[in-house]
Design a protein around this ligand. Structure first.
Ligand code: EPS
Length: 385
C-alpha cells in the first residue's frame, strides 16, 4: 500500500492533525525525535510571536500501542494554545501574494476561513508525519539533513551541488546556515527587513544519504522520484522554485561536464549502492527518475512571506475601493523553518518510495525484502543475480 499523508486543522482552531496511512506494523515511535522535530520547526531567527505561544507537543491518538505502530492509520494531534477561531477578526483587504483573494473567490467564504487553512501552521502536521517517516528510514541507514544557503541578498559561498558534509552544523545557529560569516549577514538581512516592516525570502537545500539505488522508476511519469520530490517541496507554502542536484546550472553546462562518471569499488558488505558510485553528483542522486545511491540533493527557493507590516496596496472586497492590505501577525522570515519542513517532505517521499519497493505489512517483512535486494545488487557485477 502506498504511504498516505493528510493533514487537517486551522491555524487558530483546536489543533493541527496529521493522518499517516500505510505504515507497517512494528515501527517503534520515538517521542523524543517527534517532539524534537516539531521544536526545530518552531525555531529560527525572524519567526513571529506565534512560536513563543505554542509548545507543539505531539499527541498520538491512534495507530500505535505501547509506542509501536500496529499497521492501522496513525493520527497525531498538535493542539493549538492560541485557539480563537470563533472570535478572530474578519479581514476585508486581501494580502497580495497570499491565498486570501483566490480562496475568497473560489469558495465564497470570508478571508478568515481562507487564511486559517492556508497558513503555514499546517506545516506542523507535515513535520510530525516526516518525523515518523524518518524513524522508518533510519532503520535502513537513511539520513536527512538541510541547510539555508540564502536569505535575501545574503548568500553562503555558492556550490553547484553540496556534499553531505556541507550540511554539518546547520542546527548550530538560528538561521540554519553552517557558514558562520554568511549566517551573520543573513541575520542582518532579517534585521533590516524587519526594521522596514518588510519580509525576506531565501534558499534552502535538503540532502538525503544512504538511499538505496532503485527507488522511484522511469517506467511511468508519476513514479519518477525527482518529480515526486519536486511536487512535495513545491507544496511547502511560499516555495516558488525547486532544483534537483545542479538544477538550473546544468542548462549551461556541456554534457561532457554535466554527467557524473561511474565508479566501482567491490563492497565488503552488501551495500545500498551495490558498490557503484559517481565521481560527481550533478544529478543530485537521481537518474531517469530512479535513485542511484548517491546523496539526493534538493534545493528550494522561498519567496518572502507576503504579510507586510508596511502593507501592500489592495482593495476592500466589500466596496472594491483601494485599501491597504490587512495585517496579520506573521513571520519576517521563515526560511530556516521551511528547511525543516523540506526535510519532512523529503522524508515522506522517500519513505513512500521505500515502501513501494520493499513494502510489507510489518517491519520484519520490509527488513527481509530490503536485505534480499541489497545482497542481490551487491552481487550484480559478478553476473550472479
Ligand atoms: C505559523 C503560524 C502562524 C504564522 C506563520 C507561521 O501563526 P499566527 O498567524 O497565529 O501568527 O506565524 O504563518 C505564516 C507565515 C503564513 O504565511 O501563514 C507557523 O506555525 O509556522
Amino acid at each position: 500500500m502506498a504511504l498516505g499523508f493528510r493533514s487537517a486543522g486551522e491555524s487558530h482552531g483546536r489543533g493541527i492533525f496529521a493522518l499517516v496511512e500505510g505504515l507497517p506494523a512494528g515501527l517503534e515511535l520515538d517521542r523524543h525525535l517527534l517532539d524534537g522535530e516539531l521544536s526545530r520547526r518552531r525555531c529560527g531567527y525572524g519567526r513571529g510571536g506565534r512560536q513563543r505561544i505554542e509548545a507543539d507537543a505531539a499527541d498520538i491518538l491512534s495507530g500505535a500501542r505501547h509506542g509501536i505502530t500496529n499497521g492501522c492509520p496513525l493520527l497525531i494531534a498538535i493542539w493549538n494554545r492560541d485557539s480563537r477561531l470563533e472570535t478572530a477578526p474578519e479581514l476585508y483587504a486581501p494580502r497580495p501574494g497570499h491565498a486570501d483573494l483566490a480562496g475568497h473567490l473560489k469558495y465564497g467564504v470570508p478571508i478568515r476561513d481562507v487564511l486559517e487553512r492556508a497558513s503555514a501552521r499546517e506545516t506542523a502536521a507535515r513535520v510530525a508525519c516526516g518525523a515518523v517517516c524518518r524513524m522508518l528510514l533510519r532503520k535502513f541507514g537513511i539520513e536527512i539533513r538541510s541547510r539555508v544557503t540564502r536569505i535575501g541578498a545574503a548568500a553562503a559561498p555558492a556550490k553547484a551541488v553540496p556534499g553531505w558534509n556541507d550540511f554539518e552544523g546547520a542546527d548550530d545557529n538560528d538561521v540554519r546556515c553552517p557558514d558562520r560569516r554568511a549566517a551573520v549577514a543573513m541575520r542582518r538581512e532579517i534585521d533590516r527587513a524587519s526594521a522596514r516592516g518588510d519580509t525576506a525570502g531565501g534558499v534552502f537545500e535538503v540532502a538525503a544519504r544512504g538511499v538505496p539505488a532503485g527507488l522511484g522508476s522511469y517506467a511511468q511519469w508519476d513514479r519518477r522520484l525527482d518529480a515526486r520530490l519536486a511536487a512535495a517541496i513545491m507544496s511547502i507554502p511560499a516555495v516558488k522554485g525547486v532544483e534537483i542536484g545542479a538544477g538550473f546550472a546544468l542548462a549551461g553546462m556541456p554534457g561532457s561536464l554535466a554527467v557524473d562518471p561511474v565508479g566501482y569499488s567491490a563492497p565488503k558488505h552488501p551495500s545500498p549502492d551495490g558498490g557503484f558510485f559517481r565521481r560527481t553528483n550533478n544529478m543530485g542522486g537521481i537518474e531517469g527518475g530512479v535513485s542511484n545511491g548517491m546523496p539526493i540533493i534538493v534545493r528550494a527557493a522561498m519567496k518572502p512571506i507576503p504579510t507586510l507590516l508596511n502593507p501592500a496596496p489592495s482593495v476592500d472586497i466589500r466596496t472594491g475601493r483601494r485599501a491597504k492590505a490587512s495585517v496579520e501577525r506573521s513571520d519576517c522570515c521563515a526560511v530556516p523553518a521551511a528547511s525543516v519542513v523540506g526535510e519532512a517532505m523529503v522524508a515522506f517521499v522517500l519513505a513512500d518510495a521505500f515502501l513501494e519497493k520493499f513494502g510489507g505489512d510489518s517491519m520484519e517483512e520490509i527488513e527481509r525484502n530490503y536485505r534480499g535486494y541489497i545482497r542481490a545488487i551487491s552481487r550484480r557485477r559478478t553476473g550472479k543475480h
